[in-house]
Design a protein around this ligand. Structure first.
Ligand SMILES: Nc1ncnc2c1ncn2[C@@H]1O[C@H](COP(=O)(O)OP(=O)(O)OP(=O)(O)O)[C@@H](O)[C@H]1O
Length: 275
């Protein structure tokens, strides 16, 4: 039986917890202030987090604590008010192809086909590849998400689950170093959700990229993650606690549910959220 290793990140200090050559993503003393009519609102303050290469990290925390704010800052879509974020030791200065994003709603171009939607990113990131090569990349990832029969279907004709599959294919097809996922399965029924979790893990495992995913679902957080990061409630939210999930991979839902530590992990996360 493995043991629970829950580390308080407040003990980590600012020099990091992992050797620098193992770190993919480094958030140092991160701060975010939103100006509001009532004055400045400090959402995040002194937030420190390191994420290792090829790690799958899930983020949980109360609604409104600042999870999306943090993720959008990593994506380079939201300005940093203080501190810094680096990818492989380089400070980020805006969005870039090294970071792919999957949102809750995939925001596809509704009049374009699945293939055309995936090609939008591929064409930008691989401008020197031939048209055939770019088509092959886009089709490869569409096949991976089970859309081999829907290359030429318009996005507006696809179900929500299929649209999210296109969103996943689109994000992987630009071959990012880091994949950022903001509640990607939040709007889906549980069966589709399970299927897409399996697809996500399969491609993540094959591509060896780093994944950071926000979820409100404690079971999803445990099933997918190497570590579950818990954010404190705002204002001035930071990392409150981190839980290492020591289950072997590949995992099945059954093996996870039957594991001796499953309910201990679950209780740890629920206790954190309830206090
Ligand atoms: N552009 C903005 N201007 C002012 N306040 C904002 C802005 N964006 C977000 N906020 C506020 O910042 C806080 C954090 O929002 P954020 O969306 O990051 O939280 P969250 O943890 O992702 O929430 P949820 O789990 O509900 O998605 C909230 O109080 C929100 O109202």
């Amino acid at each position: 039986m493995s043991t629970i290793t829950a580390n308080k990140t407040t003990d980590f200090g600012h020099n990091g917890i992992f050797p620098s050559n193992e770190v993919m993503l480094d958030l140092k003393n991160l701060k975010k202030v939103y100006p509001t009519p009532k004055g400045d609102y400090v959402v995040l303050e002194d937030l420190n987090l390191q994420i290792k290469k090829e790690e799958f990290v899930t983020i949980i925390g109360h609604s409104g604590c600042g999870k999306t704010t943090m993720l959008s800052m990593i994506a380079g879509l939201n300005e940093i008010s203080g501190g810094n974020i680096s990818v492989l030791g380089k400070y980020i200065k805006g969005p870039g192809p090294d970071r792919g994003v999957i949102f809750q709603a995939p925001s596809l171009m509704p009049w374009m086909t699945s293939l055309q939607n995936v090609l939008l990113g591929v064409n930008q990131v691989f401008p020197h590849a031939t048209k055939n090569q770019r088509n092959d990349i886009a089709k490869y990832y569409l096949q991976k998400v089970g859309l081999e029969n829907a290359f030429h279907k318009k996005a507006s004709d696809l179900s929500q689950g299929m649209q999210q599959r296109v969103g996943i294919a689109r994000a992987f097809a630009i071959k990012p170093k880091v994949l950022l996922l903001d509640e990607p399965f939040g709007m889906l029924d549980s069966l589709t959700r399970g299927e897409l979790q399996d697809i996500l893990i399969e491609i993540w495992n094959k591509e060896k990229i780093t994944a950071v995913m926000i979820t409100h679902d404690v079971d999803e957080a445990i099933f997918l993650a190497d570590r579950v990061v818990m954010m404190t409630s705002g204002p001035k939210a930071k990392i409150g606690d981190i839980l290492n999930i020591d289950f072997e991979r590949p995992r099945t839902r059954k093996s996870v549910l039957e594991h001796d530590d499953y309910y201990t992990y679950r209780k740890h996360l629920i206790d954190f959220l309830e206090h």
